[in-house]
Design a protein. Structure first.
Length: 276
């Protein structure tokens, strides 16, 4: 069904800002199958009947300058010493010790173990530290890197290592509608392979400079941290929900241990819950 035709019909429903509609579908005419929401000026609609293809989302009416002002106001209100910055991120210089993953058996075995592919993200191998490296990219350039140890762990050899303070999250995937916010880069890659956009915080906190890269990339977000980070999940939701629709799903099992099909099924159920 043509998007423009759907949008004209949805607009005719005149759903107010912050409001919603649930009723008979104006396209297939089945009873009580159409869900429409107006969140921050963004219309989101979906018909749940199996034979109806009505589904879509508009861009938010929130402009970039509105976002910048909102973030600055929010940061100052929280007593932060720095404002939300729109300055371009500095390019990360890739060390000479980073080489292709295909020359190292441990790196190949590791990505095979989790079923991830370098088609979703730029992966390298750190010869010096024996790590699988995930390059953090933003607007077409490398701005950081985080490495997962492939050897024995100890106090001097942490599981994850940040090669610099990352200016943005590790983001992979091309789904502009749904972003899945997770803790680690492996889970983000698996999410992207399942058809969503994976956003790895490389931890559980959301620095102020992480917000704009997220809302520039996706129209809505699901916070999916480990259960021991429940309190932090609610903080993240509060930080993002004023800008884009943001939801929480507490996981029983880490996403990186699920198959791609299991993640697809899980993600589709989440979308159905919110009418996407």
């Amino acid at each position: 069904m043509e998007y423009g035709f759907q949008l004209d019909k949805i607009k005719d429903l005149n759903v107010a800002h912050g409001g919603s509609y649930r009723g008979d579908c104006i396209f297939c005419l089945h009873r009580n199958t159409l869900s429409v929401k107006n969140e921050h000026g963004r219309l989101i609609w979906h018909c749940f009947h199996a034979n109806c293809t009505a589904k879509g989302m508009t861009d938010s009416e929130l402009r970039v300058e509105d976002l910048d002002k909102f973030m600055n106001d929010r940061v100052f209100a929280q007593g932060s010493n720095h404002a939300f910055s729109t300055e371009p991120f500095k390019e990360f210089v890739i060390p000479k010790g980073f080489v292709t993953i295909y020359g190292n058996n441990k790196a190949k075995e590791f990505i095979e173990k989790f079923g991830i592919e370098d088609t979703e993200a730029r992966l390298m191998y750190d010869v010096k530290q024996n790590r699988l490296v995930f390059l953090v990219e933003y607007e077409g350039k490398v701005v950081g890197a985080v490495g997962r140890s492939l050897g024995l762990l100890s106090e001097s050899t942490p599981k994850w290592y940040k090669y610099s303070t990352p200016p943005c999250p590790f983001i992979v995937g091309t789904n502009k509608y749904i972003g899945i916010v997770v803790e680690d880069s492996i889970s983000a890659c698996k999410v992207a392979m399942a058809g969503f956009t994976g956003i790895a915080l490389m931890g559980t906190s959301l620095p102020d400079n992480f917000v704009k890269p997220i809302v520039d990339r996706v129209d809505s977000a699901f916070i999916c941290l480990d259960r021991d980070a429940t309190q932090q999940s609610f903080k993240l939701r509060d930080s993002l929900s004023h800008i884009i629709p943001t939801y929480i799903d507490m996981l029983d099992k880490d996403l990186k241990w699920l198959t791609i099909e299991e993640i697809k099924e899980w993600g589709n159920k989440l979308c159905e819950k919110i009418g996407l």
